[in-house]
Ligand binder design. Sequence first.
Ligand SMILES: Nc1ncnc2c1ncn2[C@@H]1O[C@H](COP(=O)(O)OP(=O)(O)OP(=O)(O)O)[C@@H](O)[C@H]1O
Ligand SMILES: [Mg+2]
Length: 366
Amino acid sequence: MVSSSLRILELSKRYGDFVALAPTSLDVAKGEFLTLLGPSGSGKTTLLSLIAGLAHPDEGQILVDDADVTHSPAYDRDIGVVFQNYALFPHMTVEDNIAFPLKMRKVSDAEARRRTMEALETVRLPHVAKRFPRELSGGQQQRIALARCIVYRPAIILMDEPLGALDKKLRDQMQLEIKRIHRELRATIIYVTHDQEEAMTMSDRICLMNAGAIEQLGTPEDLYFRPRSMFVADFLGESNLLSATVRDVDAEGLDIVLADQAAPSRAVGNGSSFAAGEPIKIMVRPQNLHVVTAAADSGGLTGRLVDVMISGSLTRLYIAPETSGMPQLVAAYPTRSGSPPHEIGQLVSLGWNPADAVAIRDGGGH
Ligand SMILES: Nc1ncnc2c1ncn2[C@@H]1O[C@H](COP(=O)(O)OP(=O)(O)OP(=O)(O)O)[C@@H](O)[C@H]1O
Ligand SMILES: [Mg+2]
């Protein structure tokens, strides 16, 4: 099977006066696993529906392998679709459900049977061929929907929250299955979720959407460790955001001064250009915030430990900084006995490696 690449150029969609998708451009490489992530209403399904040909754009172009499919009907696009509630036909057996797209494409009965069984093997359910959908669990039905999509070997597969209805354990299993199928078929997958952990674990790249536009596009590491805006920093995992002012900018990073602190410190950039004097936020991820018992007048940032929460392998320390107006901070440590400080109310010093302090434009994003 040949994987396809997808190019989207200035694609937009309005409903009346409402902009569901602002002009958006995006390149998806052959065999890439790209996830559209974002809050409810940010335009994920809209973009996917336009690519699938289930909705029509107001402007822009969609190219598959350099061929313009913007105005092609959905069935002509070599694009497979798996939606959250993409129901199986209840009156058809599993094998008839899966063979259906092949019948539509006039594949011979013998060939259709062979490929149906192959698809059932791929989703690891060869024994349910003769059953009806109502005789399957939710997760099995979801896998059959996946089999019905991959059976005609589309070069591009679109999935809109395909695991949304499943419980956590089944979702984790299905994530692995989908990754395995992605590797085996070498298909290009565009996957929609609003679960940031799912996006981080599954994707080559994440396209984070906000209010009908791309907020940031990059690898999970890019978005997690180099967010371009407060929106991205906030959306992907926990973060500590501290107010600061830029003193100087050089090739390696920024000299900054934290609010209410006299001593300057360093931060790294995020790809944006910053100016001296600019008010910014400094992002430090919880696992990079170091908490030690404060020595008397140690200088630097100090706070009081207000809460300690153990959630499995991670222990979170919540700290109220002594600096007025500074929000509560959170530090995360691997759970083990002995360290770090854990007496509620005790005074602690806070620190981090300058390479883990990322400068973000204040009020950036939408
Ligand atoms: N047919 C429609 N008519 C009017 N507005 C629509 C239509 N379809 C979508 N919208 C609006 O466009 C915006 C984007 O919707 P979309 O379905 O793309 O969001 P989403 O990111 O998929 O959200 P969710 O995570 O909730 O599925 C929403 O505000 C939605 O109300
Ligand atoms: Mg949606």
